[in-house]
Design a protein around this ligand. Structure first.
Ligand SMILES: Nc1ncnc2c1ncn2[C@@H]1O[C@H](COP(=O)(O)OP(=O)(O)OP(=O)(O)O)[C@@H](O)[C@H]1O
Ligand SMILES: [Mg+2]
Length: 670
């Protein structure tokens, strides 16, 4: 169902022969279906409440610049029609457009039935939903694109730079296209997340892809799926979300909670989905905004009535009313008081007696990581201790497969630390890391500090000590009015000062396969000779390459977005443990002498991908602490789960905090 239909808003523009708009109508909540007619030719059908319209598709133009925002325009020149799709779940829209494009390419390869043959056929009109994409379709379409590229390049003068783009448009000689077409390949359907339906099909697909790689030198993942696949437990969470349940999903650090949230965001309609997190850094990981900024209740410190008054301002209230799905990452840092106020505000502003005013909540985090910030002397109350939590959250699910680390020994150490346990072997293993030499070819380990003042001091001093000239890179912000908001939300500064030798960290996933991922560590080794003079970074993963500006887009409510374009780097001699929450780091040095918070040591240690990439200084067993209230909460959940399901896993609630399981890479079975 996912590949061929879209439920969204459709604007239909009818054009004159000169291209002027004659008529325009917008239809919210209609279904756009991709199908085939009786001649197996492509059709787009729009299902309105009482009728449908069909358009045969032979030539199309697709504008997909805003697919990530759930918007695209399909131009059908033969019909003089523009279909403007909006409020589509972004991932689903991307897959729909891909299906449309690929199926059309395949059809063009095969050839259309002539008008005369159609008239003479006497067939009755039919409409069948289109079949899912298969590897064969993808290859056929890919072959057609290559042939087009080859035709273009045979007429265009040779440009050396065309080699640089060959990774996205391989030439036939590079891909061995001919051999490729003859090779038998599986033709199993591919789903939204690129999974084929059967295990055997998976195996065949992998084998086919491996063959393609070896012959073509082209990454098959580029041809087939760019996205990493979800684990089965991640899939179960996404299915529960799609069923409309208000859910809290938890799991230890690195089990892919934020990763999954991004997929959930991609599966929900953007106009009604608000992605937030308790901190700016965490919000940035999921491309959202802070919970405070969404809620529009200032710091949340006022009384409930004051909060309601603040949230009643037109722009904020409109946001609350538009929200059907509220996502909150790093929920552990939201305290009970704030959660209760938000629940109250939601009911009043939305004029609904339902919990949270009927909004579906998608909460995610690990309460054994950083807790809510409290003032001295204030009693801490976690949001799971609130009445509002019990009223709202109807499903709790647990992710158990650790994806950040793949060494079972290190995962085991981290699991103990998470629960506040530090037996002697664990302490010894961590103490032994103080001798680790983790600085690699000029890339020094990032220091994780307990206090922010130390971070600023270290980065400033270290940069100053480099004797060469500095270079300043200024960001391009969509609107100067939002610069301070962007400074808060965006991981990269408005002005990035670099010097050769500066320790930096990548703040965006650029190329997962090559290790250019958010948190990847590197050092500045020079600048491009071109006009732009972008910094050339040598990364720990072995890649050395210039880093160009990237865009960060933040939804600030009401469908509005603010954008910053900047080099995706920040100084990385040091960062604070609070800022590091949610990150994955290559090489880390942690000073735990001044730990002041429960879960702080766990957050710091669990950023490292491996023990080998970790150096712990001033380690004392006393710095490992877990909050007893949280431990109680998790044990109660486990007990409840055992009692309800007698150890049998249920679709609605999974709770298996013990023991941790490991990703396939670790080689340990669950
Ligand atoms: N299904 C998956 N396949 C491959 N990699 C994955 C998958 N899920 C998560 N990852 C990777 O695992 C790492 C950790 O994921 P993520 O940051 O989402 O974990 P988390 O549970 O949010 O951790 P934390 O509690 O520290 O915030 C990331 O590098 C992410 O890309
Ligand atoms: Mg996370």
């Amino acid at each position: 169902m996912e590949h061929h239909s879209l439920c969204c808003t459709v604007g239909i523009e009818e054009l004159s022969s000169t291209g002027n708009v004659l008529k325009k109508a917008t239809h919210p909540k209609v279904t756009v279906v991709l199908g085939r007619d009786e001649f197996k030719e492509l059709q787009i059908q729009i299902d309105f409440p009482k009728k449908h319209s069909r358009y045969s598709v032979k030539e199309i133009l697709i504008h997909k610049k805003f697919v990530k925002d759930g918007k695209a325009t399909i131009k059908l020149p033969a019909h003089k029609i523009h279909l403007m799709l909006s409020n589509c779940p972004p991932d689903r829209l991307a897959f729909f457009l891909r299906t449309l494009q690929v199926k059309l390419d395949c059809l063009k390869q095969k050839g259309f039935v002539s008008q005369r043959a159609k008239l003479l056929s006497g067939k009755t009109q039919e409409f069948d939903e289109i079949s899912p994409l298969t590897l064969k379709d993808l290859q056929t379409a890919h072959g057609r694109q290559e042939a087009q590229a080859a035709r273009k390049s045979s007429t265009a003068p040779f440009k050396p730079s065309s080699l640089a783009t060959s990774s996205s448009q391989p030439t036939p000689s590079m891909t061995g296209l001919k051999e490729n077409r003859k090779r038998p390949i599986c033709s199993q359907p591919v789903t939204t997340h690129g999974q084929v339906n059967e295990n055997e099909a998976k195996r065949q697909k992998r084998a086919a892809m491996m063959k393609m790689t070896s012959v073509n030198g082209v990454s098959p993942s580029r041809i087939v799926v760019k996205q990493l696949q979800l684990t089965s437990e991640q899939n179960r969470v996404i299915e529960t979300v799609k069923r409309g349940r208000s859910i809290f999903f938890t799991g230890s650090a690195g089990t892919g909670k934020s990763f999954l949230l991004k997929r959930i965001i991609g599966a929900l309609p953007p106009n009604h989905t608000f992605a937030t997190a308790s901190t700016g850094a965490a919000a940035c990981h999921i491309g959202g905004t802070t919970l405070h900024s969404f809620a529009g209740i200032g710091s949340g410190g006022g009384s409930v009535n004051q909060c309601i008054e603040l949230a009643s301002r037109a722009r904020v209230a409109q946001q609350w009313r538009a929200c059907h799905h509220l996502i909150i990452d790093e929920i552990s840092m939201v305290d009970a008081d704030l959660f209760e106020k938000l629940e109250n505000v939601a009911r009043v502003i939305r004029k609904s007696d339902q919990p949270f005013g009927g909004i579906q909540l998608i909460l995610c985090g690990d309460f054994l990581q950083l807790p809510p910030v409290t003032k001295p002397g204030e009693k801490r109350r976690f949001c799971f201790q609130s009445e509002a939590w019990h009223k709202t959250v109807d499903t709790t699910m647990h992710l158990t497969e650790v994806k950040r680390q793949d060494d079972p020994h290190f995962i085991d150490i981290l699991q103990k630390i998470r629960k506040g346990l530090c037996p002697e072997p664990v302490a010894n293993a961590l103490l032994a890391t103080s001798k680790h030499c983790i600085d690699k070819e000029g890339v020094l380990a990032t220091k994780l500090c307990t206090h922010k003042a130390d971070v600023d001091e270290i980065n400033k001093t270290e940069l100053k000590q480099l004797e060469c000239e500095s270079k300043l890179f200024a960001s391009m912000d969509s609107d100067q009015v939002y610069t301070s908001q962007l400074n808060f939300l965006c991981p990269v500064p408005a002005y990035l000062e670099l010097k050769v030798g500066a320790q930096v960290m990548l703040c965006k996933n650029l190329d997962i396969q090559r290790g250019l991922v958010n948190g990847a560590r590197g050092v500045v080794v020079g600048y491009e000779k071109s006009n732009n003079g972008y910094p050339i970074i040598k990364f720990v993963c072995g890649v050395t390459e210039p880093i160009k500006p990237e865009r960060w887009i933040f939804r600030v409510g009401g469908g509005n977005t603010i954008v910053r374009k900047q080099i995706p780097l920040k100084l990385a001699w040091a960062i604070s443990i609070h800022k590091s929450q949610g990150m994955t780091l290559d090489c880390v040095e942690i000073s735990l002498g001044r730990v002041f918070e429960v879960g702080q040591a766990y957050v710091a240690l669990s950023r490292a991908k491996s023990l080998a990439g970790l150096r712990v200084l001033d380690f004392e067993r006393s710095c490992v602490r877990a909050d007893p209230t949280v431990l109680g909460f998790y044990s109660r959940l486990e007990l409840k789960h055992r009692m309800m399901h007698n150890g049998v896993e249920d679709d609605n609630e999974i709770f298996r905090p013990n023991p941790p399981t490991f990703s396939a890479k670790s080689g340990i079975k669950r």
